[in-house]
Design a protein around this ligand. Structure first.
Ligand SMILES: *Cc1c(COP(=O)(O)O)cnc(C)c1O
Length: 425
């Protein structure tokens, strides 16, 4: 069986462990977590609750996260599959805060229309979470962002909330984005936190990858100033903390609200005062899952083996590599930047003036990305920007070097050059 696995499965990954994988926002995994997973799989712990070692490892990891994000020691947290699921948990808790405990029985019956606010750069998982908790995508207000920076327009947010309140809606939550998928934009978390506190709104931060700038030192950590004021934070370990899939975190400032939203303990799950059935509180009371994997061991091993300062340095280096990519693009004759680099994401395009127009440039962007994925030269992905499809790189990769970045951009330049030569010959 092992021989077959090594020959027929192992070689066929998508490539995200490779230094020139820049597509979407994908993590690399690391060796310490690989070794830890062997231990975890051997233990085969169910981390829904009870009193055993794995639960204490998860508590250790969550304690570290609380401190890293500047949350109080009384805040609660739970590890989940991804930021998508973490967002559902955070928004469900926010809904519970707005409607009270009665809503667990009555659902949304009799309540005004709940509305949640996020910038137009917000991730699709915010809308999905709103759909799942019964608010519907009609209850999501995508507030405009400033074109250059992608940062939410707080005045427009305040206007939208005022209008909704006047028309009988119940605004209950604002989602700040810390690292948008398209350009790595950061909302002004400090301003949003202050506004939410004054307006009695839940402030959630989607920091899937960007939240980790918190440990990257200056100037990068300034992008997430104010995250410590949030009511909840969702972020991934499997992106910019280099931990194997899947693993994410939701942190909730108010532990009792968090537990009140999810706790459900029938007789067969009753707490014991001692034995394996002890160990309160149980993680199943803080999320959807009862049976839960020992995800914490991967994070614990990553933190122990490398240390948070080194991980923070890699994160900062990834941002500097995105800046390097920007300068390679900007100094080339074949390519143009599509948006300025603010953190670790670089979006660019074949220069329309170099290849004979925007339609051709757009087609070349797509064709080049596909050709490079197939050849294995590098993996970029694409997105839409300024009305067209552009090439996009998100660098969350501790294996990437400066040479990798320079070579990958050179490949795109070469592609544009080959097109120009073939079209003029
Ligand atoms: C990836 C991402 C998500 C979704 O996280 P998953 O772990 O894939 O569920 C949400 N928000 C942002 C900004 C992301 O980059």
């Amino acid at each position: 069986m092992m021989k077959e696995l090594l020959a027929t499965v192992l070689p066929f990954g998508s490539g995200n462990t490779h230094p020139t994988f820049f597509g979407w926002v994908q993590g690399t995994g690391n060796v310490a977590a690989l070794a830890a997973e062997l231990v975890g799989a051997t233990m085969n712990s169910n981390c829904g609750g009870r009193n055993h070692g794995a639960v204490y490892v998860e508590r250790d990891v969550i304690n570290w996260c609380r401190e890293a994000f500047g949350f109080p020691a009384t805040a609660s947290g739970v590890l989940v599959t991804g930021t998508s699921q973490a967002t559902v948990i955070a928004l469900a808790t926010a809904r519970h805060a707005a409607l009270g405990g009665e809503s667990r029985r009555a659902g949304l019956v009799g309540s005004p229309r709940l509305t949640v606010y996020a910038s137009d750069q917000a991730h699709s998982s915010v809308v999905k979470a709103a759909e799942l908790i019964g608010i519907g995508s009609d209850g999501v207000r995508l507030v405009s962002s400033f074109p250059e920076t992608g940062t939410m327009d707080v005045a427009a947010l305040e206007d939208a909330i005022r209008r909704d309140r006047a028309s009988g809606c119940l605004p209950f939550c604002v989602v700040g984005t810390a690292g948008s998928v398209d350009i790595g934009a950061f909302d002004d978390l400090q301003a949003l936190a202050e506004y939410c506190r004054a307006s009695r709104l839940w402030f959630h931060v989607d920091g899937a990858f960007g939240a980790w700038l918190k440990i990257a030192g200056a100037p990068w950590n300034e992008l997430v100033a104010g995250i410590e004021l949030a009511d909840s934070v969702a972020c991934d370990f499997h992106k910019w903390m280099f931990v194997q899939y899947d693993c994410a975190l939701v942190l909730i400032r108010d532990e009792s609200l968090h537990r009140a939203t999810f706790a459900a303990r029938p007789a067969y799950l009753a707490a014991q005062t001692a034995g394996v059935g002890g160990g309160e509180p149980w993680y199943c009371d803080y999320g959807v899952d009862l049976s839960r994997a020992f995800r914490a061991i991967k994070v614990w091993a990553t933190l122990r083996a490398y240390g948070a300062p080194a991980l923070g340095e890699i994160i900062a280096r990834n941002c500097e590599l995105a800046k390097l990519m920007e300068s390679c693009v900007a100094s080339s004759t074949e390519l143009v930047m599509s948006a300025p680099v603010g953190s670790n994401i670089c979006c660019f395009s074949v220069d329309p003036t170099f290849v004979g127009g925007p339609t051709i440039a757009e087609r070349l962007n797509v064709d080049c990305v596909i050709a490079m994925q197939i050849s294995g030269a590098a993996v970029f992905s694409t997105t839409r920007m300024n009305g067209g499809v552009v090439v996009r790189a998100a660098i969350t990769n501790h294996r990437t070097s400066q040479a990798d970045v320079i070579n990958a951009v050179d490949q795109v330049r070469k592609y544009a050059n080959q097109y120009r030569q073939s079209s003029t010959s």
